[in-house]
Design a protein around this ligand. Sequence first.
Ligand SMILES: CC(C)(COP(=O)(O)OP(=O)(O)OC[C@H]1O[C@@H](n2cnc3c(N)ncnc32)[C@H](O)[C@@H]1OP(=O)(O)O)[C@@H](O)C(=O)NCCC(=O)NCCS
Length: 153
Amino acid sequence: MDVHIEGPDLKTASLCAPILRALPAWFGIEEAIVRYITEIDHLPTLLAYEAERVIGFLSLKQHTPYSAEIYVMGVLPEAQRRGIGRVLIDRAQAWLKEHDVEYLQVKTLGPSRADAGYAKTRTFYAAMGFRPLEEFTQIWDESNPCLIMVKRL
Ligand SMILES: CC(C)(COP(=O)(O)OP(=O)(O)OC[C@H]1O[C@@H](n2cnc3c(N)ncnc32)[C@H](O)[C@@H]1OP(=O)(O)O)[C@@H](O)C(=O)NCCC(=O)NCCS
């Protein structure tokens, strides 16, 4: 795998936007994409490069001195299942541990709403060691149950 990881850096939104737009089954609502792009620019973000092209990214949000969140991540469809998501998570965890962060969470669509794409997303996070904590309908809305998954670093 001739892939290298850069960051975490700020001001990466223009590099991440094409990846969000290449994943319409996950990021299909234009308003939500614009919100992600605005937020990503202010968040520490890791970028996966293959040759000169960004093929994956992971943005982190720190909530307390002890806890952080994978705010959003994505890998281009043609680059998936080649270990890039795993490397991004590994690098994010190493960086957070250097900053004494102890817990990492991710919010994703919960299993009470059937969705083939997000079922794969949850499988990926489970393979990365995240465990389902609780599903909430109050965080997003009734039709978008939010599952919080956590991992101790
Ligand atoms: C989720 C995502 C980031 C994973 O990235 P990836 O580079 O494809 O993942 P990896 O190749 O590193 O997978 C690591 C492990 O996770 C599991 N996994 C990943 N994708 C899987 C899938 N589609 N089905 C089952 N298991 C999967 C496997 O155990 C895999 O290890 P293996 O290939 O040795 O079996 C990527 O698929 C993606 O961008 N999905 C769409 C957007 C999304 O879901 N973003 C997260 C929500 S914000």
